[in-house]
Ligand binder design. Structure first.
Ligand code: SF4
Length: 362
């Protein structure tokens, strides 16, 4: 097994019995020398915590921003995306388990310093860099240093995360993030406990923190799993909570499960379930509700929240119509569209371009 570079980790303290407790996420791993946390990539080395994947990546790809998914953050732009290995949740339905459950550091082929990544994004014409594929919470030091390097070059930063993070680290982390997509995996503690090995409340706390105390643009994704989190009752309760605590303008994406990892016997999510979920959330008063990873033009379209004119029409990740004033308002009724918008849409389309990054940047 080849190791990544061991970088001093932040967010930990020594407890009474001499172990070191990690304070990054609510798993609160307590470690003896040489032990790794549940995320596998953070470990105790002597009397400190280290991040073993600093500067190592599972690969770089240029994606459309809509793939994160973010539909209200510079539509049509491209984003340089990367992840590392490991995860701090233990989702039985993981759709990315080859990366997130990897204990094989040989998977981390690309070596890239924060500065190299920022240069590569700039040279590739990307509007932003995304920390994605696995949860950036566990590689927070690498992500935050990369965010600083990106901002120095005018590149935005995006986090795709489960939002499972303690308050102190959360504050530092999101001070360097421009946009996030946060998974809200279900709306019951029972689901979080049994199927993810984590808890719902800290995720809700992250969402409330983002709304009330930051300028981070954020959207929410819920992967609907048949029979597990897709009842009318649960979807209604989730939609009501989002509207009450976060307001009606936070976009919500429902996406389809495919059988994977430890849940191979659950059938794929029928497209009709996504449509039903969208109807429930719209009925509860959310303004922007999308269906993901199924072909549904209506579920991909951004409508004006007031006059309901179609303003951004997508076909998968391709933007076919972009009707906003230069202030980002509806040209028909003048209502403001929530989000971050350029005067014109980007033209990246639905490509996905894997790229190799070397020390020269691309
Ligand atoms: S970040 Fe990793 S080591 Fe730290 S508490 Fe969470 S799972 Fe444990």
């Amino acid at each position: 097994m080849m190791e990544g570079s061991h970088h001093p980790g932040r967010y930990w303290h020594v407890i009474d019995d001499g172990r070191i407790q990690c304070d990054l996420c609510p798993r609160d791993c307590k470690l003896h020398d040489g032990q790794r946390g549940a995320c596998f990539v953070r470990m105790r080395e002597g009397n400190q915590m280290v991040l073993t994947t600093y500067g190592r990546s599972s690969g770089f790809c240029i994606d459309p921003i809509e793939k994160k998914p973010l539909n209200h953050f510079y539509p049509g732009s491209s984003v340089l995306s990367f992840g590392t290995a490991g995860c701090n949740l233990a989702c039985k339905f993981c759709q990315n388990w080859d990366i997130s459950k990897s204990k094989d550091m040989d998977r981390l082929m690309d070596q890239a310093s924060p500065e190299t990544i920022a240069i590569a994004a700039e040279k590739s014409g990307c509007k932003s860099v995304a920390f994605t594929y696995n949860d950036p919470v566990i590689f927070a030091e690498y992500a935050m240093d990369t965010a600083d390097a990106c901002h120095a070059r005018g590149i935005k930063t995006v986090a795709v995360t489960a939002g499972y993070m303690h308050a102190e680290a959360r504050k530092d982390f999101y001070s360097k993030i421009d946009a996030a997509n946060v998974d809200l995996k279900a709306f019951t503690e029972d689901f979080y406990f049994k199927l993810t090995g984590s808890q719902l409340q800290p995720v809700l706390d992250t969402l409330i923190y983002l709304k009330r105390e930051t300028d981070v643009w954020f959207e929410i994704t819920t992967l609907l799993i048949p029979g597990k989190n897709d009842s009318d009752e649960e979807l209604t309760a989730m939609s009501k909570w989002i509207k009450k605590e976060l307001g009606p303008d936070v976009p919500l994406h429902f996406s389809a499960f495919h059988p994977d990892y430890k849940m191979p016997d659950i059938p794929p999510t029928p497209p009709a379930t996504l449509v039903r979920a969208r109807e429930i959330a719209l009925k509860e008063g959310l303004n922007y509700v999308y269906t993901g990873n199924v072909h549904n033009i209506e579920g991909d379209t951004t409508f004006c929240p007031d006059c309901h004119s179609p303003l951004i029409v997508r076909d998968w990740y391709q933007i076919n119509l972009y009707r906003l004033t230069k202030e980002g308002h509806c040209p028909d009724c003048g209502s403001a569209l929530a989000g971050r918008f350029a005067e014109t849409a980007g033209h990246f389309g639905r490509k996905r371009i894997p790229i190799a990054i070397n020390m020269a940047g691309v």
